[in-house]
Ligand binder design. Structure first.
Ligand SMILES: O=C(O)C(=O)Cc1ccccc1
Length: 277
């Protein structure tokens, strides 16, 4: 890779999306942004080497996992190159001149709708899913549909000529989303804390999952995330996604993984990556 050339990084959505903000926070203002229509398109661009990396939202502190991204990571198994937490502050946006009282619907990404569900209920606004917050803002700006607002960032309001009717409408004051960087480009300002992501299926029988967790506990390795997804060998078999603290090549993590394997029908290390400070 030419060091002087800006790195091309794919994200889902359009300018003004939270993925856009996360990509610039990860890679700095000179990054070459490559907007993609879907999360799958981001991973395809990375897999085919059309970009140097991609940035994807994995889970929100308030609304939980972005299940589509979790499943796509298991399908594509890209190189995991970094993690960051982005503070997400949502705004209610409408064409200039509209009042809150005139609105009946709010368009946004399902994660944003979920993060603002209490506020929407209180203001009698019907949530309407859209592929991305920035797409919602652009549509409301261009088409000005009757009674319809968008939930997106203040940056999206500026980009698409919308007025900010309310700011900070998320249901928790510390609403944040974990974003992962994937692909060969490593974000430049990562810290010293590392994580390792693993996907496994366990033997059928009492204590199998406890055996996996016990292997990490016995070596003082913190399990930071444990999530089940469908898609094991048979119906109702689960794939368990674990994030543990530490690098795959750390002695404690390596030994825990080795012991965990004996309680598993499959165990795949997706990768180790550092967290941004
Ligand atoms: O729709 C967006 O802008 C995204 O990047 C997905 C998203 C939505 C809400 C919170 C974090 C990420």
């Amino acid at each position: 890779m030419d060091d002087a050339a800006p790195r091309r990084i794919a994200f889902q959505g359009e300018r003004g999306a939270y993925g856009d903000e996360a990509t610039r926070a990860f890679f700095g203002p000179t990054v070459a942004l490559v907007p993609c229509p879907s999360f799958r398109a981001v991973l395809e661009a990375v897999a085919e080497g059309r970009v140097d990396g991609g940035v994807l939202p994995l889970e929100s502190a308030l609304a939980g996992p972005v299940a589509e991204v979790v499943d796509l990571l298991l399908e594509f198994t890209p190189r995991l190159s970094g993690e960051m937490r982005l503070r997400v502050r949502h705004c209610l946006l409408a064409p200039p001149g509209r009042s809150l009282a005139s609105l009946t619907r709010a368009l946004s990404h399902p994660q944003a709708l979920a993060q603002c569900s209490g506020w929407l209920r209180k203001h009698h606004l019907q949530p309407v899913p859209e592929v991305n917050t920035a797409v919602a803002a652009r549509r409301v700006g261009e088409e000005a549909p009757a009674g319809t607002a968008a939930i997106a960032s203040r940056a999206a309001a500026d980009l698409y000529g919308l007025a900010v009717l309310a700011e900070g409408i998320e249901d928790s004051p510390d609403n944040a989303t974990r974003f992962l960087a994937v692909g060969p480009a490593i974000p430049p300002h990562l810290g010293s804390r590392w994580k390792t992501s693993v996907v496994l299926t366990v033997n059928d029988g009492p204590g199998a999952l406890a055996g996996v967790l016990g292997a990490f506990a016995a070596r003082g390795v913190n399990v930071a995330r444990l999530e089940s997804r469908p898609g094991g060998v048979r119906a109702w078999d689960y794939r368990w996604c674990l994030d543990v603290d530490g690098r795959e090549d750390a002695a404690s993590v390596r030994a825990a993984l080795e012991e965990a394997r004996s309680a598993c029908t499959s165990l795949q290390v997706l990768g180790s990556y550092a967290l941004s400070d």
